[in-house]
Design a protein around this ligand. Structure first.
Ligand SMILES: [Zn+2]
Ligand SMILES: [Zn+2]
Length: 110
C-alpha cells in the first residue's frame, strides 16, 4: 500500500510504500527532501452511521414509507419507489399511482 506521509521537519509530502502494516504501529521513513528520519503511525478508521428503522427493515412488515424514485434513465425509475427508512425498492403498484393522482386532484380543487 502506498501511503501519503508528511515530513515533520520540512513538511515535505511524499509517498512511502508499506506492505502489510499494522494499525497504530510506528514506522520509520526517511524524508527524501531533508534526509531526516522520522516516525509515523497509520490509523484506519471505519465509521458507521446508524438510523432507526420504524418499518422493521427490508424484511420487516412495514409500514414502509414509499417515495417515488428519480434518476436516469427516467423510464427505468418511473414506476419504482423506495422506502425512505430501509431503502427497500419495489415497483410502484397501481394503488400508489391512484393515491398520487388523488392528491393532485385535491390540490387543484382548493
Ligand atoms: Zn523533510
Ligand atoms: Zn422500510
Amino acid at each position: 500500500m502506498i501511503l501519503d506521509v508528511t515530513c515533520p521537519y520540512c513538511e515535505h509530502e511524499f509517498k512511502d510504500e508499506n506492505e502489510d502494516f499494522e494499525e497504530s504501529e510506528q514506522y520509520e521513513a526517511e524524508c527524501p527532501n531533508c534526509k531526516k528520519v522520522f516516525g509515523y503511525s497509520i490509523s484506519i478508521s471505519i465509521s458507521t452511521y446508524s438510523c432507526k428503522l420504524p418499518c422493521g427493515g427490508q424484511d420487516g412488515d412495514g409500514p414502509h414509507e414509499w417515495k417515488p424514485m428519480t434518476g436516469f434513465p427516467t423510464e427505468y425509475f418511473q414506476n419504482k419507489c423506495y422506502c425512505a427508512h430501509c431503502g427497500l425498492v419495489r415497483e410502484m403498484t397501481e394503488s400508489d399511482n391512484i393515491k398520487e393522482k388523488t392528491v393532485c386532484v385535491e390540490g387543484l380543487n382548493v
